[in-house]
Ligand binder design. Structure first.
Ligand SMILES: [Zn+2]
Length: 220
């Protein structure tokens, strides 16, 4: 659930948006938002998002799509304004903005689905390769996570550009950033290792308890 601080910030943003609308269009809405509890507010925002997010509309079947795949957690559709022919988007059904908001299992499913669809697109479009593109934050047009599978053709250079200035970085900068990232990754690995050890220990303990119980039961 959202915290009191988050609720306060959300209420502030909502009230700001409402203040721009004519009062008769939203009778009582200001008072309603002000009186909402955190849980109610969270539900309200979710509902609002579902109604305005184009990817949520696609998931709910409210927008016209050319669907290629659907399961419990994901849909894959053709982009109706494609970068190139066969441009396909894989969209999680739940409204999340960032990859980190998917569970480990969902992340696995997400990329396994891409792995499944890619060779099919290549076979059908006869493209020469596929670029995978996820935009998060800056340049993200729709705040809903999506994996773009963009078929690449020999003559598409004017249509698609993922290029950047290939200027060598300062050695000091490379050293610092690589060190910082690897330190955090090592910390995570250590934490995961000790969590795993704890789980194994608990399992062994409960195994031992079971055995003791078993022995007790068999003792006359
Ligand atoms: Zn959405």
């Amino acid at each position: 659930m959202i915290s009191d601080e988050e609720a306060k910030e959300i209420k502030k943003q909502l009230l700001e948006q409402i203040s721009k609308l004519p009062k008769e269009q939203v009778p009582g809405l200001k008072e309603k938002i002000e009186s909402m509890g955190n849980k109610e507010l969270e539900q309200f925002v979710k509902q609002q998002t579902k109604q305005t997010c184009i990817f949520c509309q696609i998931v709910q079947g409210k927008a016209k799509t050319y669907k290629v795949y659907e399961d419990n957690n994901f849909v894959a559709v053709l982009d109706i304004m494609p970068a190139t022919k066969g441009h396909t988007i894989i969209i999680p059904k739940k409204h999340v903005q960032f990859l980190t908001q998917l569970s480990d299992d969902e992340t696995k499913e997400f990329f396994l689905l891409a792995k499944k669809i890619i060779p099919i697109i290549i076979q059908i479009t006869k493209c020469q390769g596929i670029d995978l593109y996820i935009s998060q934050g800056i340049k993200q047009r729709i705040p809903h996570l999506a994996l773009n599978l963009i078929p690449r053709y020999p003559d598409d250079k004017d249509k698609v550009s993922f290029d950047w200035e290939r200027k060598p970085a300062q050695e000091k900068e490379l050293q610092e950033i690589s060190k910082q990232i690897s330190i955090v990754l090592n910390q995570i690995a250590e934490r995961e290792h000790s969590q795993k050890q704890e789980t194994i220990q608990k399992e062994e303990e409960s195994e031992a308890q079971k055995m003791i119980k078993h022995v007790h039961e068999r003792m006359p």
